[in-house]
Design a binder for this molecule. Structure first.
Ligand SMILES: [Zn+2]
Length: 281
């Protein structure tokens, strides 16, 4: 007889590249269906990042994070480290395929891809990727609860276990000066972000970063919901935050790079199973 905790083969369980190592978290790794990928071939690594990136856009689209042509997620190229992959300007998040992604260099020139580039994507993301060598991916969109919360010019409080992932690990950029079209503005945002995993861009929206596309995307998804939860709670009454020592403990349990990566895996599996065209290359 098997318990519910036994590892089960999933019918759509993804295959893993050779050399991949198991995710190491609190749960015994042999019971986890996903392994954290490692690569010896840069082409395979690039392909993997682009697949994750295309899926991230589909997930943003499903969750309603699109607002016209606004919003961008980038993935640093694994070989040309000052180049990044990004969505084409004017394409719905819900239509992005691997083959649609643009490769952009440090001067803002599109070196692969046919579509135009969103200037704000270049201005913001190029400066974040330059300032933070550890950042592989950065995500930004004008999602409703994030931008509503951003108008309050306050950091998020640790109201819930999920919100603790951002406890003492997000910044407030509270100097809105119009649409971000100047490289100096990108530099100021990157400076405000500091070493944090996220920033609230006041009167604008949310920005998250990660060591993987998976992680940056997950932080965006859960931060948007943390904004929604705090807006709901404050509309209903006076919420009681988690006390600081417990918030700090919880942040250590839920806010790590690998934890953020792992949280993304069921979203990736679902969107690839239901929209496999996103992998076209
Ligand atoms: Zn924006």
């Amino acid at each position: 007889m098997t318990s519910g905790l036994e590892r089960r083969e999933h019918p759509r369980r993804p295959s893993h590249p050779p050399g991949a190592t198991p995710y190491t978290g609190a749960v015994p790794t042999e019971r986890l269906p996903h392994v954290f990928p490692q690569f010896s071939d840069v082409r395979e690594e690039r392909r993997h990042r682009k697949q994750r990136l295309a899926a991230a856009f589909r997930i943003f689209g499903r969750l309603g994070f699109g607002e016209g042509t606004a919003g961008h997620i980038t993935a640093r190229d694994p070989e040309r480290l000052d180049h990044f992959w990004v969505n084409p300007l004017g394409m719905s998040f819900r239509h992005v395929r691997v083959k649609d992604l643009l490769l952009v260099n440090h001067k803002g020139e599109v070196v692969e891809g046919d579509w135009p580039l969103n200037l704000a994507a270049f201005v913001i993301h190029s400066q974040i990727h330059a300032a933070r060598p550890d950042v592989i991916s950065a995500a930004h969109a004008h999602s409703v609860h994030g931008k509503a919360w951003s108008s309050l010019h306050r950091p998020l409080d640790p109201l819930t276990q999920d919100a603790c992932a951002f406890y003492e690990d997000h910044a407030l950029f509270d100097d809105y000066t119009g649409a971000v079209l100047d490289i100096e503005e990108g530099k100021r945002i990157a400076h405000a972000l500091g070493n944090c995993k996220a920033a609230i861009l006041a009167n604008h929206g949310l920005l998250t970063v990660g060591h993987t596309v998976d992680e940056a995307t997950w932080w965006f998804v859960t931060m948007e919901r943390a904004c929604q939860a705090q807006l709901l709670a404050e509309a209903a009454g006076t919420p009681v935050p988690i006390r600081p020592d417990m918030a700090q403990l919880t942040a250590g349990q839920t806010g790590g790079h690998r934890t953020g990566w792992y949280q993304f895996q069921p979203l990736y599996d679902q969107v690839v199973a239901e929209e496999p065209d996103l992998l076209e290359e």
